[in-house]
Design a protein around this ligand. Structure first.
Ligand SMILES: Nc1ncnc2c1ncn2[C@@H]1O[C@H](COP(=O)(O)OP(=O)(O)O)[C@@H](O)[C@H]1O
Ligand SMILES: [Mg+2]
Length: 329
């Protein structure tokens, strides 16, 4: 069952501070994205910095308004819902942000931080709130003693647990985790992913797990969507990403995975990955966004934008290399 679904979702930011408008000014940060997360599913969203992942997350949460396209939550079209009406469903999806410390008020105790959504959305009083907060802290492995602490007294891992506890108090169905553990070291990141996995089983959660690093994706996610230049360029079962990835951009991301997970490094191309400093999509108004960095670019790639098409039962890719090819199992 679809929990959340987008159809051609697009967000264009007008660039400010330019005297002369250029074609780039209307470059969408999110460009015709059609994606879904099923109930109980963990969808990984990967792509380098600037590819539009956070903008897509904000669109899903209704924190930004789409320029075009549709957003459905639980089968209902919520695209044109106003801010007030969206509040009624916002409790059903919550966000776990990357940097906990800066997102917390340093003068608030953990109890107040975690309980804040309860006052904002449910109008709960302090005594009722405490009970829910302690329960939520317990779920993320923090004892009641942590309720009285302040953010500066906590480690990075504990702060991230508080962040998750705060996201859980409204009993959401979907957690959107935007690079939640990128400031943590490898071991801590593993522990946090195990925690998310446990919470998923106990609470029946679904996740959109946004990351720029692929090493956690194959273990933690059911399915992965790869984003480049505001577009989804490939979606496939996460466990098969190393073996099955078709898009040259996905393969390049796999090549960039640190040695910690050598399984993911096996590249089919073995070719160098364009110029990483080149702003993606810059100057590209037609053809494939990835064309200028692609080791396999063909003349058609500069003129015709490849559509995202099905290659295997649960595998879609947007690349001319596979234009007329349905991959055999
Ligand atoms: N509020 C904003 N105003 C203007 N441009 C923005 C805004 N937020 C994001 N962008 C632009 O949208 C693109 C995608 O950004 P973002 O969604 O943050 O990517 P990611 O999360 O993948 O790093 C970038 O080019 C960024 O500069
Ligand atoms: Mg981001």
């Amino acid at each position: 069952m679809r929990l959340i679904e987008t159809e051609g979702l697009t967000k264009v930011y007008q660039r400010e501070g330019h005297w002369f408008p250029s074609a780039n000014d209307a470059m969408p940060a999110v460009d015709r994205v059609s994606l879904h997360v099923d109930k109980g599913e963990t969808l990984g969203l990967v792509g380098e910095s600037g590819s539009g992942k956070s903008t897509l997350a904000r669109l899903l949460l209704g924190l930004e308004t789409a320029t075009e396209g549709r957003l459905l939550f639980g089968g209902e079209d919520v695209t044109r819902w106003g801010f007030k009406r969206l509040r009624t469903i916002r409790g059903r999806m919550q966000m776990v942000f990357q940097n906990s410390y800066s997102s917390f008020d340093p003068l608030f105790t953990v109890e107040r931080i975690v309980g804040e959504p309860l006052s904002n959305y449910r109008g709960m009083l302090a005594r009722e709130r405490r009970c829910v907060v302690l329960e939520s802290l317990d779920m993320v492995g923090l004892g009641a003693a942590y309720a009285e602490r302040y953010p500066h007294e906590l480690s990075g891992g504990q702060l991230q647990r508080v962040n998750i506890a705060r996201a859980l108090v409204l009993q959401p169905e979907l957690l959107i985790c935007d690079e939640p553990f990128s400031s943590l070291d490898f071991k801590l990141r593993r522990q946090m992913l195990v925690l998310l996995e446990e919470l998923k089983i106990h609470l029946g959660l679904s996740y959109l797990y946004i990351t720029h690093d692929l090493s956690s994706v194959s273990r933690f996610c059911d399915r992965v969507a790869v984003m480049y230049g505001g577009q989804i360029v490939e979606t496939l079962p996460a466990a098969r990403i190393a073996e099955d990835a078709l898009h040259p951009y996905t393969r390049a991301l796999l090549d960039a995975v640190p040695v910690q997970d050598p399984r993911l490094r096996r590249s089919k191309t073995g070719r160098p990955f364009g110029d990483p400093a080149l702003p993606q999509g810059e100057g590209v108004t037609q053809g494939c966004r990835f064309c200028s960095r692609c080791p396999a670019a063909m003349p058609v790639c500069t003129t015709v934008e490849p559509a995202l098409v099905r290659k295997r039962p649960f595998h879609e890719a947007a690349c001319h290399l596979y234009a007329n090819q349905i991959v055999k199992e």
